[in-house]
Design a binder for this molecule. Structure first.
Ligand code: HEC
Ligand code: HEC
Ligand code: HEC
Ligand code: HEC
Ligand code: HEC
Ligand code: HEC
Ligand code: HEC
Ligand code: HEC
Ligand code: HEC
Ligand code: HEC
Ligand code: HEC
Length: 401
């Protein structure tokens, strides 16, 4: 359609565009993040001369592109980009065409005659070329804390400068295929992992959580921390969509004594974000039943907590859950038919009792209240498992059998 338009007019429009962009660039605030930026990467060791310009100069005949033999007036013999397409493959043949290419403005990026840079480009740095018009992206590169390495290197790792079949002239579908082009390890992982995260099947796939260019959060997350990210889906909205998972957002509101990592905003301290072979996408195993034969390797908890709390049968220090020196964690957990931590603790948040003790234990379909009472030197509880029994670190309690 550009062929219908007067090429002089197009050049005028592009000129205005340039002027506007340069004005925008000048009003950008000073960079706040120091980092290597705009390393030259396109400079050619020798001057690049368009072969027909070289030839024209030698033959003193510039009419392969101009109307005049001496080319002085600069008048082109044909409108752009048809002039270039006489010899070059058309650059506007795919579904999505870059703005200036569609407008025939080849010379906004290429020098028509000669240049110090490869491919006759006007800039010695690819990102400088792109941000000469996309000033907002220049601002982004200077002011964003975590930038995706290929974005810092060169925009055309993902975008074609001319034309492509994917939106934004991307080299593959943005939502996942593009990412897997480079992150090939993730492809195999997602195909074989036992519990793939349901988020991967959401419409924007990888882009549900990551910004492809970068953000102020490590790993280019679109929220300030993993907790805000996770809760953006694991909230009422998800329940409304028929998920059988509990509404974590609501659970945390109702149970304000949050477990350490959640206080730091770090759900991925325990969970993998893409999927895992463990229960509930945990980074390390955790038993999925009420009873389980104790094995230290099966408990993600020991990534942060001392295993002595379960391993040491007699202790004065490993845990406060002891009757005198008798470790009550050992008694309950460390055996063939040991209780898993979930019998007594919750992992996200609690309210009624200290030490992340849950209000009700999870035993089959029935949830018994544990009726915990804390004392300065111990405590007691009366779940359905047994009548009220106590422990005391200083004066061991004699419990009835
Ligand atoms: C491969 C095609 C090509 C050849 C060969 C070529 N030119 Fe050009 N020239 C162009 C294009 C395209 C422009 C328009 C640039 C623009 O407007 O962005 C241009 C612009 C010009 C201008 C206008 C000022 C400028 O630099 O933008 C002059 C003068 C000029 N050419 C001189 C010459 C002379 C002299 C020769 C031969 C020695 C020659 N050109 C050969 C493509 C060519
Ligand atoms: C009369 C034929 C002809 C015309 C017209 C022409 N070119 Fe070329 N161009 C060539 C040839 C031949 C080469 C060298 C072979 C190649 O790299 O494809 C070349 C090379 C190039 C290169 C690559 C330089 C490099 O370092 O690899 C660019 C970029 C280019 N031309 C841009 C243009 C643009 C933009 C126009 C229109 C303003 C244009 N050409 C018009 C024939 C032409
Ligand atoms: C937005 C900047 C930009 C515009 C506009 C642009 N190009 Fe390019 N062009 C590039 C970049 C960057 C490269 C080198 C990287 C690559 O090959 O993709 C390139 C490479 C080329 C090459 C050499 C490699 C190849 O693909 O054959 C030619 C020829 C070329 N462009 C012609 C054109 C023509 C003709 C136009 C106008 C229709 C045009 N370009 C418009 C940025 C641009
Ligand atoms: C001469 C100015 C100019 C240069 C240089 C330029 N662009 Fe563009 N770009 C445009 C214009 C104009 C549009 C169309 C804007 C629109 O449709 O809103 C555009 C659109 C885009 C889009 C699609 C955006 C959208 O919202 O649809 C992408 C992606 C893009 N450019 C990437 C690049 C990359 C990568 C480079 C460097 C290789 C680059 N641009 C260099 C002017 C430029
Ligand atoms: C790792 C691949 C990748 C690289 C490298 C990359 N982009 Fe993008 N870009 C994308 C994806 C994916 C989208 C689509 C985002 C979406 O759909 O929300 C996009 C969208 C865009 C858009 C349109 C939407 C917007 O954000 O304005 C522009 C313009 C753009 N990119 C410019 C650039 C520029 C300039 C660079 C270099 C500084 C660059 N991109 C480097 C992947 C990339
Ligand atoms: C052109 C290749 C390329 C494409 C396409 C690409 N990446 Fe990357 N990505 C890299 C490179 C290189 C690194 C840095 C090396 C590394 O950590 O693996 C990286 C790093 C990352 C990191 C940070 C890794 C870390 O440990 O800090 C994340 C997150 C990421 N990419 C996500 C994505 C997403 C999401 C997409 C798709 C929108 C994508 N990437 C597309 C090349 C690519
Ligand atoms: C539910 C949100 C979410 C989705 C969807 C998602 N990621 Fe991530 N991704 C994260 C989080 C959170 C981290 C940081 C994990 C950490 O620090 O343990 C991460 C880390 C990464 C990393 C760096 C660490 C690693 O695992 O290699 C890469 C690369 C990455 N993601 C790529 C992708 C790709 C590719 C996709 C799409 C196939 C994708 N992500 C989809 C949330 C997500
Ligand atoms: C884009 C939305 C989205 C985001 C963001 C998200 N999730 Fe999910 N998550 C889902 C969906 C959808 C499911 C599957 C729901 C179902 O099966 O009912 C799921 C399932 C889960 C499951 C259960 C997995 C299983 O195999 O049982 C866990 C655990 C989980 N997500 C944790 C997280 C964590 C941790 C984060 C933050 C890193 C997070 N989610 C971020 C959408 C999301
Ligand atoms: C200290 C480790 C840990 C942290 C931190 C953690 N989780 Fe969990 N999460 C678990 C464990 C263990 C389970 C399995 C609970 C069970 O089956 O009894 C679980 C289960 C889940 C489930 C499945 C719930 C269901 O319906 O059964 C979701 C969803 C979930 N977590 C999301 C999150 C989110 C979101 C965050 C951050 C706000 C988070 N988790 C932080 C350990 C953790
Ligand atoms: C039978 C119930 C029960 C089970 C099962 C249980 N705990 Fe406890 N845990 C307690 C009680 C009661 C306390 C509070 C002790 C006090 O301070 O008086 C406690 C305290 C803790 C503490 C705080 C520090 C300490 O040891 O005093 C941690 C950490 C802890 N438990 C981790 C675990 C882990 C990990 C598991 C699973 C491997 C587990 N617990 C299983 C009842 C239990
Ligand atoms: C990523 C590190 C991390 C992991 C993994 C972890 N915790 Fe914790 N846990 C903490 C931190 C930090 C605290 C202290 C802040 C608090 O009270 O929540 C804590 C506190 C506790 C407390 C309460 C201590 C007290 O005296 O009040 C219990 C009980 C507990 N964790 C149980 C568990 C269980 C059970 C698991 C395994 C499912 C687990 N934790 C996994 C970091 C972790």
């Amino acid at each position: 359609m550009f062929k219908m338009v007067n090429p002089l007019r197009i050049r005028f429009v592009i000129g205005i565009l340039f002027a506007a962009v340069m004005a925008m660039a000048e009003t950008q605030p000073a960079p706040t993040v120091e980092k290597p930026f705009f390393e030259p990467n396109l400079k050619s060791p020798t001057k690049v001369v368009h072969p027909y310009y070289k030839m024209a100069k030698e033959k003193k005949d510039c009419t392969s592109c101009h109307t005049e033999k001496d080319g002085k007036s600069g008048t082109l013999k044909m409108e752009m980009p048809n002039l270039c397409y006489q010899c070059h493959e058309a650059k506007d043949t795919k579904k999505f065409i870059h703005g200036p290419v569609g407008a025939g403005a080849c010379t906004t990026c290429h020098e028509p005659h000669e240049s110090d840079n490869v491919k006759l480009l006007r800039y010695s740095n690819m990102n400088q070329l792109c941000t000469s018009c996309h000033a907002d992206k220049g601002h982004f590169l200077k002011n964003t804390k975590y930038i995706h390495p290929p974005v810092q290197a060169q925009c055309i790792s993902c975008h074609d400068a001319h034309t492509e079949n994917f939106k934004f002239q991307l080299k593959a579908d943005a939502k996942m295929d593009l990412c897997l082009m480079c992150h090939a390890d993730k492809k195999g992982y997602l195909a074989t992992v036992t519990h793939k995260h349901g988020a991967m099947d959401r419409p924007r796939k990888c882009l549900e959580c990551h910004n492809p260019h970068g953000t102020d959060t490590p790993k280019f997350l679109i929220k300030d921390n993993s907790k805000d990210l996770c809760l953006s889906c694991h909230n009422d909205k998800m329940a409304a969509e028929g998920s059988k998972l509990i509404n974590i957002s609501q659970q945390l509101k109702d149970n304000p004594d949050h477990h350490g990592p959640i206080l730091w905003g770090d759900c991925v301290a325990c969970h993998n974000s893409h999927g895992s072979d463990n229960l509930r996408m945990l980074k390390k195993p955790f038993p999925d039943t009420f009873y389980s034969k104790f094995d230290q390797k099966n408990y993600i908890c020991f990534e942060c907590h001392e295993p002595g709390k379960i391993l040491d049968e007699i202790t004065k220090t490993a845990t406060n859950f002891r009757n005198g020196e008798k470790n009550m964690h050992f008694v309950h957990v460390n055996k063939d038919k040991g209780r898993t931590c979930r019998a007594c603790h919750d992992f996200h948040g609690t309210k009624e009792y200290p030490h992340h003790l849950r209000k009700t234990t999870v035993f089959g379909a029935i949830n018994f209240p544990i009726r915990y009472i804390e004392t300065p030197t111990g405590g007691s509880c009366a779940p359905a498992c047994h009548a009220r029994r106590g422990y005391d670190r200083e004066k061991p309690v004699e419990n009835l059998k």
